[in-house]
Design a protein around this ligand. Structure first.
Ligand code: DSN
Length: 387
């Protein structure tokens, strides 16, 4: 590169990524092919609009790329074009969720989503996010004892509040979700059911987590977590909602789509349909379960007692007997283990220094780590947090 400063910083970041153990649940490592698509001249092109309906000339190649990406997205999740459409233009997860609400929920209408501290995402209606400023969040949480969802409580809240849309999906919830129960609740109150599968998309594509598609009206996802693609997002919608969703993405919220991202998404989706990816997804969950089991045996309390996915929430504070999540993440980082501090259900501490940390196995599994490595990592974490 001619720009030596940026070249040096990229090289520093490459080295940093090589020498750490990355347990950030929302990160992963993309293939060289995904990087090639991202770094291609596709980034030079403006393509406002959709395939065959653009506001700029010169999109004959770009149209093929976006259509191919859409086809692969439907195929990767076993969907038929007769029932589902997919918008692959959202720049990332937050704008994707915002677009859904903009399309389907009247301003100030009610969106029912999970509390941030119980595992929900900012864009599920939290007050600091635009989604909580333009719409009213009706929050639900987990059962304080079991720390898993109590669907009867979710139903009671929905029946009382009659939200226009219910979001099922989480950023820090380690357990499987009963999509059918959410469907029943949405039907009982006449709400649209949106699933945000960002964290678990790769596990669903890999066949190790139940697909939400038979139950949902809308499914949003980022591409860069367990799905192992570029930073980007997609919105799947049943056909009756698709026109509104497309209009909300463009021209409602965005201008020109990032075609290099869309091409890279197409590459990642092709990879996610391969046999290797199924083996990968299985190993991600196996690794998380072994890591969880070992941490538990070393005396750490895990939210909900364990995990069904790639994600583990460790209560490092343990009512004052341990250390805060902020301190824990710092101690681990000093020793090259990268995690994020995270609130736990009912957290009395602040999100800037909460009671827990969140761990995930998507990245380390891509790098080939197996069960024996997870046991070593658990012991290292235990040693660092106790000393
Ligand atoms: N910030 C992402 C995560 O880490 O889960 C969600 O957007």
């Amino acid at each position: 590169m001619k720009d030596k400063e940026i070249e040096q910083l990229i090289s520093d970041e490459k080295k940093r990524q090589k020498k750490i153990i990355n347990l950030i649940a929302s990160e992963n490592y993309v293939s060289d092919d995904v990087l090639k698509a991202l770094g291609s001249p596709l980034t030079n092109k403006y393509a406002e609009g959709y395939p065959e309906a653009r506001y700029y000339g010169g999109n004959e190649v770009v149209d093929k790329i976006e259509s191919l990406c859409q086809k692969r997205a439907l195929k990767a999740f076993k969907l038929s074009e007769k029932d589902w459409s997919v918008n692959v233009q959202p720049l990332s997860g937050s704008p994707a969720n915002l677009a859904v609400y903009l399309a389907l929920v009247p301003m100030s209408g009610k969106i029912m989503g999970m509390n941030l501290s119980d595992g929900g995402h900012l864009t599920h209606g939290h007050k600091v996010s635009a989604t909580g400023k333009f719409w009213q969040q009706i929050p639900f949480g987990v059962d304080p004892q079991t720390e898993v969802l109590d669907y009867e409580i979710v139903r009671e809240i929905a029946q009382k509040e009659k939200p226009a849309l219910i979001v099922a999906g989480f950023t820090a919830y380690p357990r499987k979700i009963d999509w059918q129960k959410f469907r029943d609740i949405a039907d009982a109150v006449g709400a649209i059911l949106m699933v945000d599968m960002s964290h678990i998309a790769g596990l669903i594509a890999g066949g190790v987590y139940t697909s939400p598609f038979p139950y949902a009206d809308i499914v949003t996802t980022t591409v860069h977590k367990t799905l192992r693609g570029p930073r980007s997002a997609m919105i799947f919608s049943r056909l009756e909602y698709s026109t509104k969703i497309d209009k909300a993405v463009f021209p409602g919220l965005q201008g020109g789509p990032h075609i290099n991202q869309i091409a890279a998404t197409a590459v990642a989706l092709r990879e996610a349909m391969g046999t290797d990816f199924k083996i990968y997804a299985k190993q991600v969950v196996k690794n998380a379960q072994i890591l969880a089991k070992e941490l538990k045996s070393l005396g750490w309390r895990l939210v909900s007692g364990g995990t069904d996915s790639h994600l583990i929430l460790v209560d490092t504070w343990m009512n004052g007997a341990g250390i805060s999540g902020g301190m824990a993440s710092k101690k681990l980082e000093q020793a090259g283990i990268i995690v994020n501090k995270n609130t736990i259900p009912g957290d009395k501490r602040s999100p800037t220094d909460p009671s827990g940390i969140r761990l995930g196995t998507a990245g380390v599994t891509t790098l080939g780590k197996k069960e024996k490595d997870m046991i070593k990592i658990a012991h290292k974490i235990n040693f660092l947090l106790r000393n």
